[in-house]
Design a protein around this ligand. Sequence first.
Ligand code: ADP
Ligand code: MG
Length: 724
Amino acid sequence: MDRFDLVKESFEKKAVAAEAPEGKPSDYFGELVFDRDKMRKYLDQDSLNALLDCIDNGQALDRKTADGVAKGMKEWALEHGVTHVTHWFQPLTDTTAEKHDSLIEYDGKGGVIEHFDGKSLAQQEPDASSFPNGGIRATFEARGYTAWDPTSPVFIQGDTLCIPTVFISYTGEALDYKTPLKRSIKAVSDAALPIVRFFDDKATKVLTYLGWEQEYFLVDESLYSARPDLMITGRTLMGHNSSKNQQLDDHYFGAIPTRVAEFMRDLEIAGHKLGVPIKTRHNEVAPNQFELAPIYGECNLANDQNLMVMNLMTTIARKHGFVVLLHEKPFEGVNGSGKHNNWSLGTDTGKQLLAPGKDAKGNLMFVTFFVNVLAAVQRHNALLKATIASATNAHRLGANEAPPAIISAFLGKTMTDVLRKLLELPSDTPIEIAGKKGKSVGLVEIPEIFVDNTDRNRTSPFAFTGNRFEFRAVGSSANCAGAVTTLNSAVAEQLLMFKEAVDAELAKDKETNVAIMDALKPIIASIIDVVCFDGNGYSEEWKEEAVRRGLDIETSVPEMIKEFAKPAAVDMFTKTGVYTLSELEARNEVKWEIYCKKVQIESRVMVRMATNHICPAALEYKTKILKELALNKEVFGNIEGCESEVKVINKLNGYINDIMQKAQAMKEARKAANAITDEYQKAVAYHEIAEALFALREPIDKLEEIVDNKLWPLPKYRELLFIS
Ligand code: ADP
Ligand code: MG
């Protein structure tokens, strides 16, 4: 089929109706999750009590209890037609991994039975050497273990019982995203609790909440299959802008095309069955771009759910003739995709720590956590950027339509005013919600409407939005755990320091609220004109201003990654018990390695497409014109009046030569880079190749503009970015 057939086929595709579920969402919500209701139904009393104690209080599960739990789970799973079981884990690859085992065992009488016990529930041993591990493998051989994380419920996908697990080496080193995330959740809780206790003596735990918003693109699968770059790298390495893309802003929140709506419905139903509280769906800014967001939840589970949804989207899209693109920048010239991480803290007594309180005490607690988060973000701004840096997200950051490559925080006018006022007034000034007690001079007030109506700044990578911070720089394909782990750890470190500062003030016989405010004031003074920035994050002036403020403006991913190994990061991570030094070093190796491989693959695909697709098409066009000229000469004896054709041929020659020369240079650069053994140095070399990809793209996109449309071998942007 040629391109025109594919385009016609995609245009004529009819919507595939979504599955019709039985009942309302509340009837089937969580149907495929072994949640507390199922636990009560399928577990004996001892197993149930032990499991709940394990989930709620972190108690270890003994082998006997695990057997009891497995028994109940098996019964439930068999009722759903389950035949296989897998430990579901999160290696350092941004996707999840699973190794399926059938439930069958010989029964000793010549037949088989379905067997599942505590041992297979609690632990398995996949080959760690097959996953990125940054050298930990070399030291600790290939042994890696997956171990059940009972705080994230077991679920069913298709015919398989999936057990969420951590993935660790023989000696307990984390080989995944989940382990450090869980450690960081505990670190925040441990550090925050003594401070919460100043305000609430009933709290025993601080919880981290995550509400992710997943952006993605859909493309028709027929057109996708004709684009080797999309298929292999997840993005278009070439392609001229469509005459119309997002200029008219008519896609954002526009009507959802029926084909897409049916896909979304299927996705929502499947998500709801898996207990993911999917809440919103809408068109995004770019053509073919969409977003999905659930109600926020406890961070570890919310993150698992994000990964589940990413898997679901990928499979469900195929039923509707689509391919989901989770790449951060599949198309040049239109917006890329991010994954906003809405993040907040709360107590097990139901208090939100980043939302204004009901009274002066509640407000002081809010301001305390608010300010400390900002201080953590300021201290580790370069590191936070490093957590979201990747070969793919690099195309989005700083590209004038997504968060800039500078981490600052947006407070909004209200909170900026509150902080400035606090600096001026005596430390025992109560912070009131305006309107509650009438206005009086000298009070620091948070207007009542602010509570659910914060102002917005789309250009900020870390914005306060009323009861949470929104870390917007995270990439759409990333595992959120990478960013959230660092954020949690940085906040934990800051809270530990803050507690010491408050204790020092208390030692001077001050009232608690005064001691807290006296400890807060120097922090407020140090952040208010540094990390806090409400202006336009996309502007050139901001870059200069950020340098003056001492914020990091590095844009090269290999350089950003170095932050993890710098003393400030190592101190912070080891003090909070989130990463050991060897884990940090190993992770950096992995990050550089993945960076190199991604750019290497892109560069190979680019060179081959340039050589096998683009230049032949251009040459064919050239031959066509030359034939015309020859005919002209034959008929008229000259080529007078054919200046335009000659001009086109000259242009074609120019672009073709440019492409061939750049492609050759790129091949050589790759060869040189591949010879480098140090992963960082190699990544630096590949960073240059990543830049060269843009340069190689230029003449290709120019060719697309002049070559006969009929001869162009690849679906064009205007065709890819169009769903009827
Ligand atoms: P927007 O697109 O304007 O940023 P959305 O409504 O699409 O907002 O998404 C907001 C996200 O923030 C949702 O996932 C929501 O559940 C989440 N969220 C709301 N409150 C909190 C909170 N306190 N902590 C964490 N996430 C939250
Ligand atoms: Mg958002």
